[in-house]
Design a protein. Structure first.
Length: 304
């Protein structure tokens, strides 16, 4: 009984730290010790990379969305890497070839090998990554590259927003992202955000490193900026809209994979956990990406 009581209070303390104390520390730090960076309407050459596997249902809308973006066409390279698609994905992308959309048709090898191959086939000064079902606001890329006018900034995380549909699961997901958005604002104000979301983010090409297997590509790529001594900041006006999974079971499965692979990603970037080199960011990474998963994972295991 005594052991159970100790475990209960340890678990309660971890939950309180992860969801109350740590966010309060982050927000307080953002107010008291700001590190401003400057932004400007720069126009670097941008390579927009999308990896798709059997995305025929959404890829057409994605390409139309890309073509509607307010960014100079001569500065924007668009590459869709098909990871062994067996539906009409590749045919749809090919139909846009005359509009400057490139297709890289690959055998089925998985997202990470396809992404590495896609980056190797592009030439832009800035790499922008997106999902096939993420729809950008018209000025999203302009907003995403503005902070890169500051040479201290290596990467930029955009603002992922979920489309409303009234479902309770989706409402919960949007509440989570509202909190995450506030955290990113505070993290960015005083240093670097923990990582970017795959729907919309950018990194200088010079800071891109080949992504190893088994890790979240968005985490590994975006934290590469911090690992190399640059800041990863948040651009709240660079907006991407994305639907939540239609069924709670699908979202549950996705969250389980995110937790497991997220810990593998931190292991791959374990050098960032050194506070002697990375200061508060190391505490931030451990609290956000390790402790939070250690709190949530047992709950997922207990659910039916």
């Amino acid at each position: 009984l005594r052991v159970m009581a100790i475990l209960f209070w340890i678990a309660a303390a971890l939950i309180a730290y992860v969801y109350v104390v740590f966010p309060a520390l982050v927000m307080l730090r953002g107010r008291l010790w700001p590190r401003p960076h400057f932004s400007s309407d720069i126009m670097p050459t941008v390579s927009l990379v999308v990896v798709a596997h059997n995305e025929a249902a959404s890829i057409g809308a994605k390409l139309e969305n890309i073509l509607s973006l307010d960014y100079p066409r001569d500065k924007l390279e668009v590459l869709i890497a098909s990871d062994g698609s067996t539906d009409a994905t590749e045919a749809i992308v090919r139909s846009y070839a005359g509009l400057g959309i490139r297709l890289l048709a690959l055998p089925r090898r998985g997202k990470i090998p396809a992404l590495n191959a896609a980056v190797a086939a592009t030439h832009g000064e800035v790499l922008v990554f997106s999902d096939a079902n993420s729809m950008y606001a018209p000025d999203a890329i302009r907003a995403l590259v503005r902070p890169l006018a500051d040479p201290r900034i290596g990467g930029v995380a955009g603002d992922q927003r979920y489309l409303p549909d009234g479902d309770r699961t989706n409402q919960g997901e949007r509440c989570y992202w509202n909190l995450d958005r506030q955290m990113k604002r505070s993290q960015s104000a005083a240093g670097s955000v923990t990582s970017a979301t795959g729907a919309i983010y950018a990194i200088r090409r010079s800071l891109f490193g080949v992504v190893p297997p088994g890790v979240p590509d968005d985490f590994f790529i975006s934290t590469g900026a911090v690992a190399q001594g640059y800041r990863l900041v948040f651009a709240p006006d660079a907006v991407a809209y994305e639907p939540v999974a239609k069924a709670a079971g699908l979202e549950f499965g996705r969250k389980s994979r995110v937790i497991t692979r997220g810990l593998q990603g931190v292991l791959a970037r374990r050098g960032l956990l050194n506070p002697g080199r990375h200061g508060f960011y190391a505490i931030q990474l451990f609290s956000h990406k390790v402790l939070r998963r250690l709190v949530v994972f047992p709950v997922l295991l207990l659910l039916p």
